[in-house]
Design a protein around this ligand. Structure first.
Ligand code: PLP
Ligand code: TYF
Length: 394
């Protein structure tokens, strides 16, 4: 039976990780997978996470099963972190999931249970796993224009025209902040225009929030999501704790379904718990407990926020330094977009041949679409990357 399986194309980003590891060259630079790294190239455990784990080790007395939809303290803490004062537990269904990926998958399953003819509008480009999951599920994908190759900003006219074709029953997938892979984001005014189109079309937004705190700040990065939540009756939010808590391998995420009334919330909550049961029964506990412990303790929360802010500012500094270096080397302002992008990533707009040249000649690894992970840089490697970009003819 298993011999009938067809080979699957590997995830290009994960494959690049393997290629980088196998490269024997000294001084190679990894700007591939979206994992935060400090100046030494290490992905640290955040202080508050270690403190929460110590506390858990001292106080936990059982490893018995916990909630099928996750623990209420995690659901509520995430609801407040994402939505602030707009969080209404009585009309918000919440589900602990296996990372942000699990939240996206369960959101799509939920939407398809509600509408078997579901179509999903996704930005072109988007995180490749979005499209991969939808193709695997057999859910039709409709691309909307997003990236303006000339400015490396958002093609907002294209976006508006394309999502206007959505209908009631369709889902429009939006990146809440720090767009992956481009780094180009909507302004709050643009979010308001998107909300107007969603109101007019009746389509349901699904917001993928995987980098809250990595762009302009915890509150700022949630502003678009909150604007949508305030105006659109039903909203799905798939949040990841992998990046902002640095707990990638703990597989911690959460799906929120914002409803208009309690009866609908109860239906959604039941369907969401059912989806967990059909997939893996109970979601991972450990990472969700870390997050809940941090968010509900004033001291741990303050320390987490301070460390997250330092991480965010560090990435912003690297952006500004890279943009300045490119300005000097190119004698032009055409790379200034690097400084206006936000989050871990920037799409440079290089051709696949230029990306290959940078890898072969400079041992610098970026994703094939010319996405770089800003956190993979440091003071010493910024000039090396800038020179490679110019020499490759970008
Ligand atoms: N969404 C986007 C845009 C991402 O970049 C990622 C990856 O980190 C995720 C969702 C899911 O992250 P995870 O499943 O590791 O929590
Ligand atoms: O885009 C990235 O690099 C991160 C990490 O299948 C990632 O989101 C990449 C691929 C994947 C899962 C996570």
């Amino acid at each position: 039976m298993l011999g009938n399986l067809k080979p699957q194309a590997p995830d290009k980003i994960l494959a690049l990780m393997g290629e980088f590891k196998a490269d024997p060259r000294q001084g190679k630079i990894d700007l591939g997978v979206g994992v935060y790294k400090d100046a030494t190239g290490h992905t640290p455990i955040m202080r508050a996470v270690l403190d929460a784990e110590k506390r858990m080790l001292e106080t936990e007395t059982t490893k018995s099963y916990a909630g099928l939809a996750g623990e209420p303290e995690f659901q509520q803490a995430m609801g407040k972190l994402i939505l602030g004062d707009l969080y209404k537990p009585e009309t918000t269904a919440a589900l602990a999931t296996v990372g942000g990926t699990g939240a996206i998958r369960q959101a799509l399953e939920l939407a398809r249970m509600a509408n078997p003819d579901l179509r999903v509008f996704v930005s072109n480009p988007t995180w490749p796993n979005h499209v991969s999951i939808m193709n695997f599920m057999g859910v039709p994908v409709v691309e909307y224009r997003y990236f303006d190759a000339a400015t490396r900003g958002v093609d907002f006219d294209g976006l508006k025209a394309d999502i206007s074709a959505a209908k009631k029953g369709d889902v429009v997938l939006l990146h809440g902040c720090c767009h992956n892979p481009t780094g180009a984001n909507l302004t709050l005014e643009q979010w308001a225009e998107v909300a107007t189109i969603l109101e007019q079309t009746g389509a349901t937004p699904l917001i993928d929030l995987a980098y809250q705190g990595f762009g302009d700040g915890l509150e700022e990065d949630a502003a678009g999501t909150r604007l949508i939540a305030a105006r659109i009756p039903e909203v799905l939010i798939a949040a990841s704790c992998s990046k902002n808590f640095g707990i990638y391998r703990e597989r911690t995420g959460c799906l929120l379904a914002l409803c208009t009334d309690k009866a609908t919330k109860d239906l959604a909550q039941g369907a969401m718990a059912f989806l967990n049961r059909q997939t893996y029964s109970f979601p991972p506990f450990h990472g969700a407990k870390i997050v809940a412990t941090i968010l509900t303790d004033d001291a741990l929360r303050a320390d987490w926020m301070a460390e997250l802010e330092a991480v965010r500012r560090g990435m912003l500094d690297l952006r500004q330094q890279l943009a300045a270096e490119l300005r000097t080397l190119s004698g032009s302002d055409r790379f200034d977009f690097v400084a206006s992008h936000r989050g871990m990533f920037s799409r440079l707009g290089a051709t696949p041949e230029q990306v290959a040249k940078v890898k072969e000649e400079f041992a610098i690894y970026m994703v094939g679409d010319s996405r770089i992970n800003i956190a993979g840089l440091n003071q010493a490697t910024i000039p090396v990357l800038a020179r490679a970009i110019i020499e490759a003819g970008v």
